[in-house]
Design a protein around this ligand. Sequence first.
Ligand code: MG
Length: 188
Amino acid sequence: MPTETLEDARAALEHTGKRPAIFFDRDGVINTRILGGYVRHPRELEILPGVPKVLREIKRRGYLAIVITNQRGVGLGLMTEHDLHALHDELQTRIQVEAGVTFDDFLFATGVDSSDPRRKPSPAMLLEAAEKWNIDLTQSWMIGDSMSDIEAGHRAKTKTAYLITIHSEEIPRATKVLHSLEEILRFV
Ligand SMILES: [Mg+2]
């Protein structure tokens, strides 16, 4: 673990009262993506390996853990916001059992396209979270498996980590490229 980074984060906290966060994309990072479809029901929720360990460890190191997700299935009428909340409650319950900790927040955009000003690659949800939680974005990370996650991070001025998956077609310019989620622990 690069202690300088952790010390930088702690120093920032002491000077500004702001906290660092790790922002996670959801589908493909926290849970298995359903290709060409949407995770709509708790029974379709499959938490990816490494997630409990990473969550436990980053919280121990003083980071907030916040999920930032585009959920156009809601805008398309395939699921409701209530379904989404039920899914996130289930995720929290399972993570609590496995990791002993939970995510601090979930922010989601339900619009189907870029006419939704909150939808990634817009940085809006990251900025919203920063305001709500008093986050130092420059000491924070956005982790995702899509170009739009990385772009949102760049635009919000976070560090970025691109998680390579079997579906990756091109690799965006991110601060770090991860072959597994656990690799983030080497950088934070
Ligand atoms: Mg994704």
